[in-house]
Design a protein around this ligand. Sequence first.
Ligand code: FE2
Length: 309
Amino acid sequence: MSQKGQIVSGYIAPHPPHLVYGENPPQNIPRSTGGWEVLRWAYDNVREKIKAQKPDVIIVHTPHWMTMVGHHITRVPRLKGLSVDPIFPHLFRYNFDTAIDVDLADAIYDEAIAEGMTAKKMTNPNFRLDYGTIVTSHMLNPDWDIPIISLSANNSPYYFSLNVGIEEMFKLGRATRRAIEKTGRRAVLAASNTLSHYHFDREPDPNLPEDMSKEHVFSHQNYLWDMRVLQLMREGNMDELMKVLPQFIDATSAEVKSGGLFWMLAAMDFPNIPAKVHGYWSVIATGNAVVEWDLTKGANGHQGAYAHA
Ligand SMILES: [Fe+2]
C-alpha cells in the first residue's frame, strides 16, 4: 500500500490562448510581439513554486472538453498532436506532447463510480487535447515534465445549472481527493477558468491582437464583481465565497459556471485559508486571475459542509 497522497496546491489557472501567444513558446506556431504580461508574470511565479514542490501530477478540469454523457478522464499513457483553438486559430496552433498519469486516472474513475457518477475513461490514443487543458498546463509547467490528467466538463458551460451541476462537481472533487490519497500522489489541481466572462464581440485589431492599448475590462460592474470574489478568496472567507458564486455567475457569466472551481474547492475540502492572487488582468475584456491555495501551509477544511448546500 502506497503512502497516503495529498493535494499540494490548487490554482485558478485561466486559459485564454492569448497568454501562450504572447509568450512565443516553440510549440506554438503563430508569433507575437508580446502582450498580457501581468498574467504571464503571475504564471512565472507559480511555475517556480510548482518546480520547487515537485508534484507527481497536475490535474486540470477544463470547460472546453465538453462531454454530454458523464465525466471523462484522459487514460492514455502519452498524448501528442496539434491543437488548434477553434475561435482564435491565428493565435493558437500548438504542438502538445504530454505524459498522462494513467494509474491515477483509473483511481479517479473508480472513485467517481463509487460516488454513483457516470464516468468514462478516454482511451483514444489520437485524442486531441483541448486548448483549455493545454494553455493551463503550459502556463503552469511549460517544460511538460510532470504528467497531467484532464477532466472533461460534463455539460456545455453555457448550460451549467447550479441546481443540478454543482452537486456533481462536489462528488467529482471528493472522488479526485480519495484517488490522490489512495495512489499516494502529490497532486496540483487546476481549475481552468476565467472569472467575469463577457468579452469583445470582435478583435479591436485582428492584425495586432496583442495591442495592449486596446485591452480593458468589459465594464466597471464586472470588474467590481471580480474584485469582490478575489477579495473573499484573499481573506479565506469560504462561507461567503460559496454564497456569492451563484450571483457572480449570473451577473458576469463567469466561466466558473463550467464547474472546475467547485470541483477543485470540494477536492481541497473547501479550505478556509487565504488564497494568494498572483495577478489579475483582462483578456479581450474577460477577467482573469491566477489564484493559489497552498495546502502545505495547513488548511482547516469545512469537512464537506457545502456538500448538501
Ligand atoms: Fe474558456
